[in-house]
Design a protein around this ligand. Structure first.
Ligand code: GAP
Length: 515
């Protein structure tokens, strides 16, 4: 797919989502607010379907571990605002920032590691910086020096020495030398709980749900029956003051995460890291995402977060990254970093005494020193961390299917389980007893499936709307229904219609919708 084609696919998805009530810009009547989005009536249904499936597969029915028994995972819903010491201990106050450059001429602010620069290969003349639009930078080159663009090479701004900045024309600037040196910019949004607005009362909106889990590690050990290895799962809002929120809901300032911290013995951490890598990939495929649209990307050593011993991303082929892939979920081996840090900063003991390991070592005939050294430890953590709102984007991109043969020209091919509405129920015309029969059917089915009853407009328009919102089946009561107790059932993907007896309808739907 070319860049212009892929841009337009994304524009079409954004427009469909607005038109049909999936996602709206937040505060739209006031002109919006950058990096914030509202999930409309269909968006919240889709989001909840994904959320429920994650929770089901993590907490209620977790996968079988390498020993063939289900792994142990419990749930949590911690506060968004915690004691600010949390973020000092976690490293976010000191380390959670991006290097930023400001342009003194345009007041533009850019992430330094996202800015690319075209520099003359022979080192003579100006350099031209750009963020997305390389073509515009090349045009500036031609205007400026009548130079052929092939004489230039592309580098990342952060790889250039300080003195080179004097020769760089900023992304939207006209003259060279207006970019500042990179400076750290905190990604945490702050707030002041209570009446006094001073530094001592500053707190933060959490930038990740994970820390709430570490803060409750001791509570969970002390109040439940879990034993290492076990996981704690949490879904909730996180906030980051992203400098350049972009690509629709891909990178926003308020978003939802689905994170699980899996606590295990240090010796077993690598085994669990491998386990969660493959489990998580399997889970994304269970949403109906094509395997060819997903891939693993291992982080290089210099890219690892401050806490991580190894991290792999699960990436998706987004229309705006194609042919490249973009991040969807990170699976990190966090070692014992978080518990150790919180233990140091809070003065609380957060290590774990592993009675089962002690017994196993005794049985194996291990020495007293080895037993002592190994059976009390700071658990290691394997963390699969994904974005719920990013998952919504993936399912929208994956489902989006242009089709010139149908009136809507496009349909959303959701796996039925995730479709916001499962059934459209219509009377063919709004008379002759059809609405009464259709409404009765709606009342019978709505307890089991999310259904929409719609008696208005032509049947073609109703089918088109259901195609655009991805409804797997439409049931129509027509003139024949009163005679032989059958209805038509239209399949979203094939547009084919079959007549099904009312007495067989529940079984027919259960087979197609998986319930
Ligand atoms: N606790 C680890 C952690 O937060 P992360 O890679 O920074 O790791 C995990 O975030 C996931 O959260 C990402 O893979 C992505 O899906 C989602 N995410 C992160 N920042 C986001 C943003 N600004 N907008 C939407 N989703 C975001």
């Amino acid at each position: 797919m070319s860049e212009t084609q892929s841009t337009s696919v994304m524009d079409q998805i954004v427009s469909l989502c607005k038109r049909r009530g999936f996602i709206y810009p937040a505060s739209e009547i006031y002109g919006g607010i950058r990096g914030f989005w509202d999930y409309g009536p269909l968006g919240i249904l889709l989001k909840n379907n994904i959320r429920d499936w994650w929770w089901r597969n993590m907490v209620e029915c977790p996968p079988l571990g390498p020993d063939g028994h289900p792994v142990d995972i419990v749930g949590l819903d911690s506060a968004i605002i915690q004691n600010p010491k949390t973020w000092e201990a976690s490293g976010h106050v000191a380390g959670f920032n991006d290097p930023m450059v400001d342009c003194k001429a345009t007041q533009g602010r850019y992430r330094a590691d996202h800015v690319k620069v075209l520099i003359p290969k022979d080192g003579v003349g100006s350099s031209f910086a750009f963020v997305d639009d390389k073509e515009a930078a090349e045009k500036k080159i031609k205007r400026d020096a009548h130079r052929n663009p092939v004489d230039y090479q592309e580098v990342v701004l952060t790889s250039l020495p300080a003195e080179a900045y004097e020769k760089i024309v900023g992304p939207d600037a006209k003259v060279a030398g207006t970019l500042t040196q990179p400076r750290p910019f905190s990604l945490m949004l702050d707030t002041y709980p209570g009446p006094i607005r001073d530094e001592a009362n500053k707190a933060y909106l959490r930038p990740e749900t994970a820390q709430g889990i570490f803060l409750n590690f001791k509570n969970i050990i002390d109040t439940t029956r879990v034993k290492v290895p076990f996981g704690v799962a949490q879904i909730g809002k996180s906030f980051r003051n992203e400098v350049t929120p972009r690509n629709y809901i891909f990178r926003s300032r308020e978003f939802e995460q689905m994170e699980m911290e899996f606590f295990c013995a240090p010796d077993e951490a690598l085994k669990w890291y491998q386990f969660w890598r493959s489990e998580r990939m399997r889970w994304w495929e269970s949403l109906g995402v094509a395997a060819s649209h997903l891939r693993f990307r291992d982080h290089a050593a210099e890219e690892l977060s401050h806490y991580s011993k190894a991290t792999v991303d699960i990436e998706y082929l987004y229309p705006f990254t194609a042919p490249d892939f973009g991040e969807l979920e990170g699976i990190a081996h966090r070692g014992d970093f978080d518990l150790t840090q919180h233990s140091k900063h809070s003065g609380q003991k957060l290590d774990y005494f592993d009675q089962e390991l002690q017994l196993a070592l005794k049985e194996k005939g291990a020495s007293a020193e080895e037993i002592k050294a190994k059976s009390r430890y700071m658990p290691n953590v394997i963390e699969p961390a994904s974005g719920l709102t990013r998952a919504v984007l993936v399912l929208l991109c994956e489902a989006y299917t242009p089709d010139e043969t149908r009136p809507s020209k496009v349909f959303l091919k959701f796996k039925p389980q995730f479709a916001p509405v499962k059934l459209g129920i219509f009377p063919l015309v709004n008379k002759d007893g059809m609405p009464e029969t259709a409404e009765k059917l709606y009342l019978d089915l709505r307890g089991k499936y999310t259904c929409e009853y719609d008696p208005k407009q032509t049947i073609g328009k109703r089918y088109a709307r259901m195609d655009e919102i991805g409804t797997p089946y439409c049931i129509t009561v027509d003139g024949q229904t009163a005679q032989d107790q059958t209805v038509t059932v239209r399949d979203r993907d094939t547009q084919g219609q079959v007549r099904v007896g009312l007495d067989k309808l529940q079984g027919y739907l259960a087979a197609g919708l998986g319930k």
